[in-house]
Ligand binder design. Sequence first.
Ligand SMILES: Cc1cc2nc3c(=O)[nH]c(=O)nc-3n(C[C@H](O)[C@H](O)[C@H](O)COP(=O)(O)O)c2cc1C
Length: 369
Amino acid sequence: MENTVQLLLEEYQIGDLRLKNRMVMASLTRGRATNTGLVPTPLMARYYAQRASAGLILSEGTWVNSKSIGFINVPGIYTQEQVEGWKLVTEAVHNKGGLIFSQIGHIGAASHPDFFDGELPAGPSAINPQNHSYTPQGFKDTLTPREFTVAEIKQTIQDYRQAAKNAKEAGFDGIEVHAQAGMLIPQFLSLATNHRTDEYGGSIENRARIIFEILDVILEVWESTRVAIKFAPVAYNHVGIVTPDKETIPMFQYILKKLNDYNLAFLHIVGPAETLTGTPVEALQDNYFSHFRYHYSGRLMANLGFTQESGNAILKEGIADLVSFGAPFIANPDLPVRFKYNLPLSAINQDTLYSGDENGYTDYPEAVF
Ligand SMILES: Cc1cc2nc3c(=O)[nH]c(=O)nc-3n(C[C@H](O)[C@H](O)[C@H](O)COP(=O)(O)O)c2cc1C
């Protein structure tokens, strides 16, 4: 990429926020909140500060309440202690000139009774998502959950509001709603896991309702240009029965049409991990991000498998405004510098992705050149 302009390294404006480049660090669950309160630690603050050269950091997925948990040692943002822990993180990132949004989410049915003193987790319907939950005793198969009552759904939505408020108090620059594969929101969108017959089930409009109710309460707390949402519409690589179905394409067209009125910071879309040929979303095989670009009029962030070359290319083609990088930021804390000087990338240690304290976490060095 020598002597060519790299659009990834250009500044970018979102509302009143100035990003120093168009490379975003995607959310990465790392399992380092190794304490019973699921409180962010000084080690986590060091890890995020090391990555402050990203135009924007999206925090690891973070629980909105004690019922939303489904993965070991993942931090929450629903207690005062957790808020105080996150303050260490946001201050450390800001001191290095970085920006950081809090990714808030709920895992719904893809959890396990081990997290709830033997009580079943709740989901849209009493249908086993056939996923795995990483519990303190290792990976366990999910079970058939309880069905959420309407009152519980309304309470959960209020918990998103409180989490968003807590994130503001903790010093975050914005919010990303976690609607990625495996989480509660896609369980509502899916024909396989949502068999409800009330206003949260049945039609596309009803199954998508929870998204807009969550966004609406967050917008009571935050400016719209500080709020984003992340979807993985074609997450076939994910374990379980929440996979694209015959209504996925019209579902997302409906969602995008409504989101056009929200003036969000960005819509974050995860791309296909494998071919879509022969699937119900085959029509997106050759025009995946262009499809979202066409139907969504706001800022679009593209994700999955991007490299220096393909990231710059999708910006040049005008198909996306921002590109997020997940795995590359794990072993390359200074990823934008590596791109700037065309330096080689370091490899990830897979054994320390979700555990290992500072090993494979804060000990990946910056490039020497
Ligand atoms: C170790 C690991 C943890 C992840 N945790 C999250 C998470 O908490 N929230 C989320 O939305 N995505 C999560 N992801 C997905 C990434 O944000 C990203 O979408 C994915 O890695 C594809 O981007 P990449 O090809 O640049 O890595 C995780 C990915 C990895 C590798």
